[in-house]
Design a protein around this ligand. Structure first.
Ligand code: AMP
Length: 556
């Protein structure tokens, strides 16, 4: 069994190294030598500053208050003095080290602090709840400090506070594991994305090597890193690249991964936190409408009166720990699922089009449990229509996915492209419009927009908006604009400039078509700014600035 002192001395060495390559090499050499599997597991986690993997619900729940008490017990130094030392030095790890140097309590029986002892004490601490748990925690911590040398106390403290400060992130540890146990970095990465537990990955790599890592499979109630999307240049380029694409609505809420085994539902957030307790309404619906033994990937949105609410509301639901029932009523949620990772067997390596079929057979749609709206097409027009429908329904845009692609956990790649409306809106003057067709011929159905040239006072056209209106909007707007019509040619009309629309859009492009020199792509009506006069509308300078900003955003 490994001594905690050995670990602490190693940490002290690491603290002085800043080169990533050297850190990796040193860690690889250190973990390679560890014989005991449990020690290996703990050391790997501890070096990255963790006691448990990120998704594990257990936590020590030890704040500085408890640490002060334990340190006071062990050193005999009064609380006020300890607080003074902290104020001066700012690093509780170093203060603990100083205090242990002045330790008055010596352990009678000679016992050395081991990694195992630290782990077992941590596990007991994290299992304590309710009355008397604080006292017991202080006792256990006092016991640990009682066995610790000054240097051990430094790292014990930092570990308890989740502040190892060694600069060893997941990437370095992944490379160190690969190097120590002679596996490909890619294989280690995949194993990590599936288990989200570097300690376990290290143990499997040591015991079974590359082959063992490759055999690791997705399991229920262990979250998998989520696949991510890249920004598409445009709808057209996305389709051109994929030729045939699965196009889905992009819902603006919070990502969820749902594990359902027939008895228990566990829901993880995008950061793989367990958010099950905050979502009892979704849990109930899953139990009723989803086939047991699956892992699903989807987005939860808040909906009121049939319209999506801004995603901040969903976050409020996710964060909620108390009075959850009240929140369930206040902020109703819907889950829209777009992928399946497991249905008794791991299915991430199957193509999306097959996973979608499996997803469809796993879910019985209900009011709250839905399949993400999807079409598979090679036609730009259909994609554009889908985009507009998504926007009109109050969603963010669309996801364009390659139907033949596997689900690659943790990967942000070209197989998922997102196209969404830019949130920065423009306030533009309505200078003209067009009557609708067929059933809509008594409504004005599109409106021409212009920005302001503050130097000449002219209105410069930048585009037309025809989406984002409800039927009520169109009825009302038609009534408002009719008296402003100055001329009509065919269906086209011109207005006296009087009203300002706030519009969102996907992109601003250079265009010779309009006198402003710019055109809005996929503009969408947000609302009438009847609090704004024409001369308060956005200027050509702002349009230019936003145009340029797009390139800066893309480059980031
Ligand atoms: P973003 O957060 O802008 O990078 O966009 C990616 C996110 O969109 C994902 O992480 C999901 O939370 C969300 N999303 C909404 N609808 C979908 C969908 N149909 N497919 C994949 N992701 C979606």
């Amino acid at each position: 069994m490994m001594l905690f002192a050995e670990f602490a001395e190693f940490c002290e060495k690491l603290e002085k190294i800043s080169s990533t390559l050297e850190l990796t090499a040193r860690i690889a050499a250190f973990i390679q030598k560890i014989e005991d599997e449990r020690d290996l597991y703990d050391v790997v986690l501890f070096i990255t500053g963790r006691v448990y993997p990120p998704w594990d619900e257990r936590e020590l729940g030890v704040g500085v208050g408890l640490l002060y008490e334990a340190l006071e017990n062990v050193s005999g130094v009064k609380r006020a003095e300890i607080e003074g030392m902290i104020r001066e030095c700012g690093d509780l790890g170093l203060v603990a080290e100083q205090l242990i140097k002045r330790k008055k309590m010596t352990t009678l029986a000679f016992e050395e602090l081991t990694i195992r002892k630290v782990r077992e004490t941590f596990d007991e601490i994290s299992s304590l709840t309710g009355e008397g748990s604080m006292k017991r925690k202080i006792m256990l911590l006092t016991g640990l400090y009682g066995l610790a040398s000054p240097l051990e106390a430094r790292y014990l403290t930092r570990l308890i506070l989740n502040e190892m400060r060694l600069g060893v992130g997941e990437g370095i540890m992944r490379d160190a594991i690969a190097r120590a146990f002679k596996a490909e970095a890619e294989t280690v990465e995949r194993a990590y994305m599936i288990t989200n537990d570097l300690g376990r990955v290290a143990v499997v790599a040591k015991k079974e090597g590359e082959e063992g890592l490759k055999k690791l499979k997705i399991e229920l109630h262990i979250p998998v890193r989520m696949m991510l999307a890249q920004v598409a240049e445009s709808l057209e380029s996305a389709i051109r690249e994929m030729r045939v694409a699965a196009v889905e609505w992009k819902y603006d809420g919070s990502r969820v991964q749902v594990h359902w085994d027939g008895k228990k539902v566990t829901i993880y957030s995008r950061r793989l936190e367990n958010v099950t307790n905050a979502l009892p309404d979704i849990v109930e619906e899953i139990k009723k409408n989803v086939k047991p033994g699956v892992i699903l990937d989807g987005e939860v949105i808040a909906v009121k009166d049939g319209k999506p609410m801004p995603f901040q509301h969903v976050l409020r639901r996710f964060r909620r720990k108390h009075d959850v029932a009240k929140m369930v009523e206040k902020i109703p949620l819907e889950a829209h699922f777009f992928d399946i990772l497991y249905d008794g067997n791991e299915c991430i390596d199957l193509p999306l089009k097959e996973r979608r079929k499996m997803l469809e057979s796993a879910i019985k749609e209900s009011e709250k449990i839905r399949l993400a709206t999807q079409i598979v097409t090679d036609k730009v027009d259909e994609v554009r229509k889908m985009y507009e429908e998504a926007i009109n329904a109050g969603h963010e845009g669309v996801m364009v996915k390659l139907p033949s692609s596997p689900y690659i956990p943790g990967k942000r790649g070209k197989n998922w492209l997102k196209v969404k409306a830019i949130m920065e809106t423009l306030d533009l003057v309505v200078v003209g419009g067009e009557w609708g067709e067929g059933k809509r011929s008594h409504w004005l159905s599109s409106f021409e927009l212009a920005c302001l040239d503050p130097v000449t006072g002219k209105l410069l056209k930048v585009g037309k908006v025809a989406t984002g209106f409800t039927e009520e909007d169109l009825t009302e707007l038609t009534e408002m604009f009719k008296p402003l019509i100055t001329s009509q040619q065919g269906k086209k009309v011109e207005f006296i400039p009087k009203y300002v629309f706030e519009v969102a859009y996907q992109e601003i492009q250079k265009s010779p078509k309009y006198e402003s020199g710019y055109a809005l792509r996929f503009p969408r009506f947000v609302r009438l700014r009847d609090d704004k006069d024409v001369d308060e509308a956005d200027t050509i300078e702002r349009v230019e600035r936003l145009y340029k900003l797009q390139f800066e955003v893309k480059r980031q």
